[in-house]
Design a protein around this ligand. Structure first.
Ligand SMILES: Nc1nc2c(ncn2[C@@H]2O[C@H](COP(=O)(O)OP(=O)(O)OP(=O)(O)O)[C@@H](O)[C@H]2O)c(=O)[nH]1
Length: 274
């Protein structure tokens, strides 16, 4: 098993385990629970013990709220995060497996479960994040391929998580993107009825740049609700991370309609710079 992924198994690495565990919990919410519109907290919920979130670690460095309270629509408790994590552990009758790799949309897998897609520029860390989530599902884990070479993922790769949902690892756009991107990924996004969540990943090390803007414009043009996730947060200092996060949020506020106001931050590896 890759060293970078071992952190997810270690209780000493609690902080980052939580960073993507929170994401797992979103995945487990039923498609009917539209987190884009109906997750504001009730008074009784505000006294719940919410799980830690890397964005909150940045809050002491700035006087204004990083995410306005009304936009914090998704604050799972520790218990909810633990329950979400359970779904990523294979059990009898809960198989976690690679289904197939697709370019031709005629060959998309058919099943009843809802689908969740991971999008972003080449090399942003889509496959690494999915691999980290599958750290306890060794068969699926081994079918995720990570590379430092941009454009490594060439096809839409489908994974099924029991009867709960499926995940799709997408080819990246930008550098070395596959020539079939429009006919495969864009057509998939526009036509796949099962698609209930889309995560658009932005590199936390570099912040938003022009290729990310192309991806965001694509989602806006298609009118597909999506969630922003900053990746590789272990690679930069908190000050750089905060700067990149704030400019991403400014961009979201000014230029998007379909993006969830609350962003997420993750690391798929172990070290952090402070
Ligand atoms: N330090 C650090 N490196 C990461 C992280 N996530 C991914 N990487 C590295 O970034 C590189 C690209 O990761 P991938 O997961 O293959 O990226 P991708 O978005 O699937 O890339 P494409 O196949 O080009 O679309 C690899 O060398 C990973 O090890 C992270 O959270 N932290």
């Amino acid at each position: 098993m890759r060293k970078s992924v071992c952190m997810f198994l270690s209780p000493l690495r609690k902080h980052y385990q939580k960073s993507w565990s929170v994401l797992k919990e979103i995945l487990t919410r039923k498609s009917s629970q539209n987190i884009h519109t109906c997750c504001s907290l009730s008074a009784s919920e505000t006294i719940r013990k919410v799980a830690s979130n890397p964005i909150m670690d940045l809050q002491p460095y700035i006087s204004i709220p990083i995410v306005p309270e009304g936009d914090l629509v998704f604050q799972p408790t520790e218990e909810e995060v633990t329950a979400g994590t359970q779904l990523f552990i294979p059990k009898p009758k809960h198989d976690i497996r690679f289904i197939k790799s697709v370019v031709d949309l005629e060959k998309l897998p058919y099943y009843k479960v809802p689908e969740v897609a991971f999008l972003g520029v080449s090399n942003v860390g889509k496959s690494s994040l999915i691999q980290a989530m599958f750290s306890k599902a060794i068969d699926a884990f081994n079918k995720v391929s990570v590379s430092k070479k941009p454009g490594h993922t060439r096809t839409l790769r489908f994974f099924q998580v029991g009867n709960s949902f499926s995940l799709v690892d997408m080819p990246g756009y930008g550098e070395n993107m596959p020539h079939h991107y429009v006919s495969s990924v864009e057509s998939y996004l526009q036509t796949r009825k099962k698609l209930v969540r889309s995560f658009l990943l932005i590199n936390g090390e570099t912040g938003i740049h022009e290729h990310d803007e192309i991806g965001i414009k694509m989602m806006e043009e298609f009118g597909i609700p999506y969630i922003l996730v900053m990746t590789k947060i272990d690679k930069v200092s908190k000050s750089v991370l905060l700067k990149n996060l704030l400019s991403l949020m400014e961009y979201r506020k000014k230029k998007t309609h379909y993006c969830l106001a609350q962003p997420f931050m993750v690391s798929s590896v172990e070290e952090v710079l402070v």
